[in-house]
Design a protein. Structure first.
Length: 273
């Protein structure tokens, strides 16, 4: 405990003393705000017949659409806490700040645990920021079109809590990945390629065959969607539809734990200069 609390304070200072965290948070907010607001406007215009090509009011179903739009905070925004977590590790390797860190806290496991705890908190913060964007943008537009926002439902608020947990776990996944792949450029490429191309393609293919879908449901993105409870990708691809939300949490948390453990047993034990 004598070394853990100073290590936590040190990790907080490392993140808040750079612009990376708030730049990622700002991009997350703008991105989710635009996407959630845009889809809400499209559905709203379709529901009241003002969308070009739609002449019948109510021809576009809107029942239960609000939680789907709110989930944009995680379904498209999860890449940001992953990047924050990964860069929190690779940035230290690149700028050679691990040496003074280990001199101040010789027990490397304490450093890794402190970093993990701090990034879990920042991941949760990113979840809140994403929700402010999706609820403020998407919910505001839905209300303007007279569509039920479902903000009075306890189920909606329970989903918000699960979404924040999912974003926290995504930051932990980033820590684990950054601990294994310490090259900053390489880890950015891996994160973007997997989250924006590889997994979406696999989940789309999984919708065509049940046996593939049974495997795909254990991918991190699918597990995250299961944890949250809804996702725009669930409309067009396979997710872990047969699993409970807590199973999604265990899968995503397990992935983070395995990656972090591998990093602790390999990269984290190497000599630094």
């Amino acid at each position: 405990m004598n070394t853990f609390l100073p290590a936590v304070r040190s990790e907080v200072a490392k993140i808040t003393s750079t612009r990376m965290w708030w730049i990622l948070a700002l991009v997350l907010f703008v991105y989710v705000l635009a996407m959630a607001g845009g889809l809400a406007a499209l559905l709203g215009a379709g529901s009241d017949g003002s969308l070009p090509g739609v002449t019948t009011t109510g021809s576009v179903p809107t029942a239960g659409i609000a939680p789907l739009i709110y989930s944009f905070a995680s379904s498209i925004g999860y890449v940001f806490p992953v990047l924050l977590g990964a860069l929190a590790v690779t940035g230290e390797v690149r700028h050679q700040t691990l040496t003074p860190t280990f001199l101040a806290t010789p027990r490397r496991g304490v450093v890794l645990l402190a970093k993990l705890l701090v990034l879990l908190a920042f991941g949760a913060l990113f979840g809140v920021i994403g929700l402010v964007a999706s609820v403020g943008g998407g919910g505001g537009v839905l209300a303007a079109f007279g569509i039920e926002t479902e903000l009075g439902s306890s189920d909606t608020w329970a989903m918000f809590a699960r979404l924040i947990l999912a974003m926290a776990l995504w930051a932990a996944v980033g820590i684990g990945l950054g601990s294994i792949v310490t090259n900053q450029v390489a880890v950015i490429v891996i994160v973007i390629a997997f989250t924006q191309f590889v997994e979406p393609v696999l989940r789309s293919v999984g919708a065509l065959a049940d046996w593939i879908g049974d495997i795909v449901q254990f991918l991190p993105g699918a597990a995250s969607d299961t944890l949250v409870g809804t996702s725009i990708f669930g409309l067009v691809s396979t997710g872990a539809d047969g699993l409970e939300w807590w199973a999604g949490a265990l899968i995503l948390g397990g992935i983070a734990a395995v990656l972090t453990a591998l990093g602790a047993l390999t990269t984290w034990r190497r000599d630094v200069t």
